[in-house]
Design a protein. Structure first.
Length: 224
């Protein structure tokens, strides 16, 4: 029986692995945005997430891996929300060019907002010592899988190797045009709106021309 003046001892609720990872990713995103890759430390990230550094390294093998996941986890989450808003709420748009335009526009906005971190990632990737490439980033793989599924849904096709390639090429086109905008588009050449529209047209027209070519090949094969 507890005495009247005895302090009450409360036990902290044990966090799940998923909660710890989420806290680390949120803290890492903020720390990398504030301090950059070099300035951010795993100790500071762990402290902000209210976990130990040992817990951090049980979840992520290295600072580089945490950095890459912190960039692309929000992208995967953003795209999942995009799917929920535009595919579930407005299924009539599935075969409409407007859906593709929305997708590319939101991707452009996301990359623009995270351009600093993405550029840091490109630079650090060139000197990565852990041997991990972008293909090993779980959140980026999840984003590409969602994109391939959406492309297949919009074109009434199964998810194929081709749809998985197309979504990666589309992402690369948007990423390069935004990160290297100053190199590619000299000052005064075009307004930002014109550049954005050109990126959208390039990506969408490229996808459509590839799909139409496949249809012609399939129809020719059936008629043979």
């Amino acid at each position: 029986m507890r005495r009247a003046n005895q302090p009450v001892i409360t036990r902290k609720k044990r966090r799940s692995s998923e909660e710890i990872i989420d806290r680390l990713l949120q803290a890492a995103e903020q720390e990398f945005e504030k301090s950059g890759y070099v300035g951010a430390t795993t100790a500071a990230i762990a402290r902000q997430a209210e976990v130990t550094e040992a817990q951090l390294f049980r979840c992520f093998n290295s600072k580089a891996e945490l950095f890459r996941e912190a960039i692309f986890k929000p992208l995967d989450r953003h795209f999942a929300e995009f799917n929920s808003r535009h595919l579930t709420a407005a299924p009539g748009m599935r075969n409409d060019r407007q859906l593709a335009m929305l997708y590319i526009s939101e991707l452009q906005q996301f990359i623009t907002e995270h351009a600093g971190m993405l550029m840091s990632m490109v630079v650090s990737q060139a000197y990565a010592s852990d041997g991990a490439g972008l293909a090993e980033i779980g959140s980026l793989r999840a984003y590409f899988d969602r994109g391939a599924a959406m492309l297949s849904l919009a074109t009434n096709q199964r998810a194929t190797k081709e749809s998985r390639l197309l979504v990666r090429v589309s992402f690369a086109a948007v990423l390069a045009n935004i990160l290297f905008k100053d190199w590619l588009f000299p000052k005064g050449m075009a307004r930002q709106e014109e550049i954005s529209e050109s990126i959208i047209d390039f990506v969408i027209d490229g996808i459509n021309s590839k799909l139409h070519l496949n249809d012609r090949i399939a129809n020719a094969a059936e008629g043979a």
